[in-house]
Write a protein that binds this ligand. Structure first.
Ligand code: AGP
Length: 614
């Protein structure tokens, strides 16, 4: 939520900041702003409601010179999206400008205290309270900006990544982090600051990831200092980041989401690279091998995640229970942290998160750690907070995911969970050799089978036109396909704003079937696997009520094509791997319906890619 960028050096800051904001726009896009100090020491703040492109229009013919600046793209928490509430926020005298990602939970109390001293506020944000407080301390305690930030942050309860500049000291940016990510890029005589490495990688590959409670003092021409709130120096490690810049561009596709759907065969190849041997007979997840005693000694696994990652977790439960015979519970991370979970040192908690920054998932990890559980992370963004908080884990290696609706991360997560289950099952001797070899062999074929499925794209684009005006959708599946149904429904909701629900197919008759009429499209995953006959009966029940059935079937199926309105054929696949291909047509269906409706596919309303607030 909210993207932060900063620059200090010898170049013009504005173009770097705007390009950075565009890279981070997936984090929030209801308003955007920039603060710059020019060579005459003037601090200017320009901000507007809307996207980064609106900000560019807004600054036309304004003074955007200066080689120090900070910029922000917002996902509103406190105060509606409008230019007044947009960041950066000035301090009272307009000496300071500050940007913030997170929530100051005790802002109302701090605001009251400042109001009692005569302060007035322009915006409804928690952020303005912080910048006013910093200036108040700076002036009244006659302190440096750094000390004022340290003292102010000691009074703050909540989450923050902030950057602040001071027109009285135009050679420094002070940045601080608690529970919201912040990365500092180190160039030649210049520094960059951002919520993640994507705005930084084209200038430098040397970064440091700030830890909670740390403050970076980024001074032009000086060495980077990192201190804590008590001004104690914090040792920091410079890390190298590698990122293919092409992954940050649309590469000829009209939307990132479509590109990322089509990237999946290559992404899954990357995900499996070095983890399956060339003969295709063995899967090794090194983290599983390194910690196999700990994992095999577990009473049970608990998987915590949110949204799409939670759907991947449901598939992970099936895989681990089936192949490893270890009981698995799947919890919404947001609920887990508040339900006083019964959890102890014999439990293993698997945290799944594309961004590695989801506040609820991170908090669940911290809670489980305090109870002595062993924590395994499955994340995409390298160096993000969750992998750094876990004992071990596996990256999914699918590259940056920019579209807000998660696609390739889901299949990457499911691929890693499959490899985890297979590695552990072999170590535990709970899978027979032939079955193991057969599944490993089939897993390797997934990228090719995905390519086959993606050929349905044109057909799905046509189909989408029929359903553009639907108000509701139902998605049904059983076993491994039930989470796929949930994921299909979530994709449609997120980007087309059509109400959609996913159900286990057999649950239909316990209530949801009352919704079925001639207007109700029902997407059914009805491939020839374990419960095929039963799913066919469920389709009959829907057709008897005149619902419109779109069925995903196994290639060559004739029985379902006789009763369903539309069939989309998938290649044959063992049931446990089917989510890896069955999800793709549902991603495409959601995408094309949203495009037909003229929706902003990559940046749907009200959403943000990385949910770093509760
Ligand atoms: C997916 O399309 C969503 N945008 C959302 O549900 C997402 O999966 C969820 O917020 C969890 O994010 P994470 O994987 O980065 O933790």
């Amino acid at each position: 939520m909210c993207g932060i960028v900063g620059y200090i050096g010898t170049k013009e800051a504005y173009p770097i900041l705007i390009k950075g904001l565009k890279r981070l726009e997936y984090r929030g896009y209801d308003s955007a702003g920039v603060a710059l100090i020019n060579d005459n020491g003037q601090l200017s703040v320009y901000k507007t409601k809307g996207k980064v492109s609106d900000l560019e229009t807004f600054v036309t013919r304004k003074d955007i010179s200066g080689n120090i600046g900070i910029a922000h793209t917002r996902w509103a928490t406190h105060g509606e999206p409008c230019s007044v509430n947009a960041h950066p926020h000035y301090s009272s005298s307009e000496r300071l400008a500050l940007i913030h990602n997170g929530i100051i939970e005790n802002y109302a109390l701090l605001k009251e205290k400042l109001q009692a001293k005569g302060f007035t506020f322009r915006s409804n944000t928690d952020t303005e309270v912080l910048v006013q407080l910093i200036e108040y301390i700076q002036v009244n305690h006659r302190t440096s900006l750094l000390t004022a930030v340290q003292l102010a942050l000691r009074e703050v309860i909540g989450a923050y990544a902030i950057a602040v500049i001071d027109r009285e000291d135009p050679d420094v940016i002070i940045a601080a982090r608690k529970s919201s990510p912040l990365v500092v890029g180190i160039g030649e005589g210049e520094f960059f600051l951002a919520s993640d490495a994507t705005p930084i990688v084209e200038y430098t590959d040397r970064v440091i990831y700030l830890d909670d409670g740390e403050i970076a003092v980024i001074r032009r021409g000086g060495a980077l200092r990192v201190v804590n709130l008590n001004n104690v120096e914090c040792p920091h490690e410079v890390q190298r980041v590698a990122m293919d810049l092409g992954q940050l561009e649309k590469g000829g596709y009209p939307h990132f989401m479509l590109k990322e759907i089509f990237d999946q065969p290559a992404c899954i190849t990357d995900c499996m690279r070095g983890r399956i041997n060339v003969e295709g007979t063995n899967v090794v997840l090194s983290a599983v091998i390194d910690y196999k005693e700990r994992l095999l000694a577990a009473n049970r696994f608990i998987i915590v995640a949110c949204g799409t990652s939670w759907h991947a977790a449901l598939i992970g439960k099936h895989l681990i229970e089936t192949f490893c015979r270890i009981p698995v519970e799947v919890e919404y991370a947001s609920e887990f942290r508040y339900c006083n979970p019964v959890i102890g040192s014999n439990d293993v908690v698997i945290a799944i998160s594309q961004s590695g920054e989801t506040a609820d998932t991170l908090a669940a990890v911290e809670l489980a750690k305090t109870r002595g559980a062993f924590i395994y992370g499955i994340c995409n963004v390298i160096g993000s907070s969750i992998p750094r908080a876990t004992h071990t884990g596996s990256y999914i290696h699918v590259g940056p995911e920019i579209g807000v609706a998660s696609t390739k991360a889901f299949t990457g997560q499911v691929t890693v969970l499959t490899m985890l289950a297979l590695t552990l099952a072999r170590e535990k001797h709970t899978i027979d050799k032939d079955q193991y070899l057969s599944i490993v062999g089939e897993l390797q074929k997934i990228p090719d089978k995905m390519r086959e499925v993606l050929q349905l794209n044109d057909r799905i684009a046509q189909l989408a036109k029929i359903f553009t005006y639907a108000h509701n959708f139902i998605y049904l599946g059983r076993g491994y396909s039930y989470p796929v149904a949930l994921e299909g429904a979530l994709k449609l909701k997120e980007i087309s704003y059509i109400h959609a629900e996913g159900y286990p197919a057999a649950e239909m008759k316990h209530g949801p079937i009352a919704l079925v009429d001639t207007e109700m499209p029902v997407v059914v995953i009805a491939t020839q696997n374990g419960l095929y006959e039963k799913v066919m009966s469920n389709i009959q029940e829907i057709k008897a009520r005149k619902g419109k059935v779109i069925a995903l079937v196994t290639r060559g199926d004739t029985a379902i094509s006789r009763i369903a309105d539309t069939c989309l054929e998938l290649p044959e696949m063992p049931e446990c791997l089917e989510p890896l291909i069955a999800t793709l047509p549902l991603q495409l269906l959601a995408y094309h319906i949203a495009v037909c409706k003229g929706m902003d596919v990559d940046q749907p309303r009200n959403l943000a890619k990385s949910v770093t607030v509760e």
